[in-house]
Design a binder for this molecule. Structure first.
Ligand code: NAD
Length: 480
């Protein structure tokens, strides 16, 4: 039906401390739009993983703050120069539209810029000790040190570059050594990023990338004595598995979300519908902070639904390489079939399909479902695709109860100008973020980000928070 996506299959290698290592056993990376194999990556062996971790533990970086700043800034320039190529690679491995993959590359440059600048900042503290009658005329100072052992980073498919860079850039900024295992579905952007960082001057011992079958290599990554910290972004099931396996290691778990957009009766409904469509369909709905439930006050629900429908039908979706498309495919056909099944189940239970639920392979159309009940699976669980389920409510108490009624607690959006409502939402929603009149995913790459309940342990990501987690704080005291 379409011209082949690539002329030749790219045969990729591991990056063990910069060394390109090939293996005969490989994983095929496919272009979700056509199902073609576009690349292969090696299946790392346990010995490959052990070697990468040992190098990481043994290497002691002597990079100054200025060195780290320059490496990260240079990497940012290289990412910007190769923007088009990286965006195409992301589109090929994930099926995300070119609009989405170009945005992804732009965000990566922001992360590098912030991490570079933060590398220059010494956040040490000084405590005078003569503050109480028991005190002395001494001072206690704090010092942030990189971890003794390696950092292991495990990342999901949905932002092939950003989830990776949110772990790698803070690790570089803090002089740590990191071993990355990207998603086996989307490993290519991570390999490009590693090459860019080596080219920018990063000592290769500070970053290795191992690709492979998690069933074979994950346990070594989680349990090796060479590892001090595991930072994971992905689904709840694997997150909880990691929590149980990576015993006595620092753990940062950024897991799934089921974020609501709550529309109160005083809201600007045009604005709310615009935010709803953007929040639901960007990145093919595959964002941890995508709008996954729309809670709309019953007095404005008809108007909201009509506007959302209009915006949904105006969205262009299809061939991800066609730059006019707003939305490409989802990650694979199995995921698309899953969305079809949960939407069909909701329809059978009384929800009304207003648009979409059309599937061709991994292409799944933007879908609007009205009259959804909070107990239906489509909104109880995380539906990680372009589905807009609308739930009607009658009061703010009901909205808060429904919003807090799932296992997740990542982010949220509220559309209202009333300060009494805003105050209640900020205080009473069990989430990591409340965005007023913005999508749940809105943030700066530097601001604290992360969820509670099944969405995470409450430790945050974002460049600043990640840098804090990646350090040990040492105190020392001096007599003056
Ligand atoms: P996933 O949990 O299936 O996979 C994530 C990673 O875990 C992959 O690299 C995978 O290879 C690895 N993995 C698989 N088995 C493992 C094991 N036994 N031990 C260790 N690692 C193992 O997630 P996914 O489908 O790639 O991504 C989608 C999920 O990620 C969604 O739930 C989404 O909400 C979540 N997510 C969360 C955030 C956040 O910041 N909270 C951001 C993006 C995505």
């Amino acid at each position: 039906m379409n011209a082949p996506a690539v002329e030749a299959i790219r045969r990729e290698s591991l990056r063990i401390a910069g060394e390109k290592v090939h293996r005969d056993r490989v994983i095929e990376v496919t272009y979700p739009f056509t199902g073609e194999v576009i690349a292969t990556v090696p299946k790392a062996t346990i010995d490959d993983v052990r070697r990468a971790l040992r190098i990481a533990r043994e290497f002691k970086s002597s990079l100054t703050r200025h060195d780290r700043y320059r490496i990260l800034m240079r990497a940012g320039e290289l990412v910007a120069q190769r923007k088009d190529e990286i965006s195409r690679t992301i589109t090929l491995e994930s099926g995300l539209s070119r609009k989405d993959s170009l945005y992804e590359v732009g965000r990566a440059s922001d992360v590098l810029l912030f991490a570079a600048n933060q590398a220059l900042v010494d956040d040490g503290q000084i405590f005078s000790c003569d503050l109480t009658p028991h005190g002395k005329s001494r001072k206690v100072y704090t010092l942030k040190e990189p971890l003794l052992g390696a950092i292991v980073a495990i990342t999901p498919f949905n932002h092939p570059l950003n989830q990776v860079i949110h772990k790698v850039a803070p690790a570089v900024a803090t002089n740590n050594r990191i071993v990355l295992k990207p998603s086996e579905k989307t490993p290519l952007a991570a390999l490009i990023l590693a090459d860019i960082l080596y080219e920018a001057g990063l000592p290769p011992e500070m970053l290795s990338v191992v690709t492979g079958d998690p069933a074979e290599i994950a346990d070594e990554l989680l349990t090796s004595d060479d590892v001090d910290l595991v930072t994971f972004t992905g689904g709840v099931a694997i997150g909880k598995h990691i929590a149980a396996r990576a015993v006595y290691k620092r753990q940062i778990l950024e897991l799934g979300g089921n974020d609501p957009l709550i529309v109160m009766e005083d809201a600007d409904i045009e604005e709310a519908a615009t935010l709803a469509a953007a929040g639901s369909y960007k990145n093919s709905g595959q964002r941890c902070t995508a709008v996954k439930r729309m809670l709309v006050h019953e007095s404005v629900a008809d108007q909201f639904t009509e506007l959302l429908l209009e915006k949904t039908l105006a969205l262009k979706y299809g061939d991800p390489m066609d730059e006019s498309m707003d939305m490409g495919t989802v990650i694979d056909e199995a995921a698309a079939k899953h969305f079809e099944a949960v939407v069909n189940e909701a329809i059978a239970q009384g929800a009304r399909l207003l648009a979409g639920n059309v599937r061709v392979g991994a292409l799944y159309s933007p879908t609007v479902l009205d009259r959804v009940d909070p107990d239906m699976r489509v909104v109880r669980q995380e539906t990680f695709g372009p589905v807009s389920p609308i739930i009607r409510f009658g009061s703010i108490d009901e909205a808060i109860r429904i919003s807090n009624g799932t296992a997740y607690g990542l982010s949220s959006a509220v559309c209202t100008n009333r300060l009494d409502y805003i105050t209640r939402f900020v205080r009473e929603l069990h989430v990591g973020t409340v965005n007023v009149r913005e999508v749940p995913g809105y943030r700066l790459e530097m601001t604290p980000f992360g969820g509670i309940k099944d969405s995470g342990l409450g430790y945050k990501e974002g460049v600043l928070e990640a840098m804090k987690s990646f350090c040990n704080t040492k105190t020392y005291s001096l007599p003056w």
